[in-house]
Design a protein around this ligand. Sequence first.
Ligand SMILES: [Zn+2]
Ligand SMILES: [Zn+2]
Length: 192
Amino acid sequence: MPLKTFDEYVSQAHGHICAGQILGLRMAIYGLKLLELDDPTGKHRKRLVTFVEIDRCATDAIPVVTGCRLGKRALKFRDFGKVAATFCDLEADRAVRVVALESSKQRANEMFPEIVGRNAQQMRAYREMPDDELFRSQWVRVKLGPEEFPGFKGERAICAQCGEGINFKREVVRDERVLCKSCAGERYYEPL
Ligand SMILES: [Zn+2]
Ligand SMILES: [Zn+2]
């Protein structure tokens, strides 16, 4: 399905609509415009991978436009704490990183001093501000291993320690034993 209007995306965004989501929608629309992809959920569906860099509202809004989802391996999260995303066109082998400018908050304040409340002020301003006042963009190279591609299928491994199944290339070989990342020391939880 071809790109929709900004307002159509707004009505599709998660639960509430806020300045962060508007920024995310704008960011994704801008990224796709730079990549010259106008049908992200239709004919360009298999070409796109998106990296997101923050765990805030903007990140939830981006897949509304791009169609890239975590469960399709097309959405990658790198927790850099930045309102930024990189849009990769796998077929054209090019990628563009878009970051929201810190100055956009100040700019929103200058544009709509009469609106009370920062969120309301920013919601209005982020709809109307030109792309180059909201964002900075940069062409980048993103190296993806075959296992990171959306459609790649490979062998599953079994962890020699916990016996749990592991998807291809996510295993770790330590002293000739195949381990999951958890047993290899990257565990983020403590068993009770
Ligand atoms: Zn929000
Ligand atoms: Zn294990």
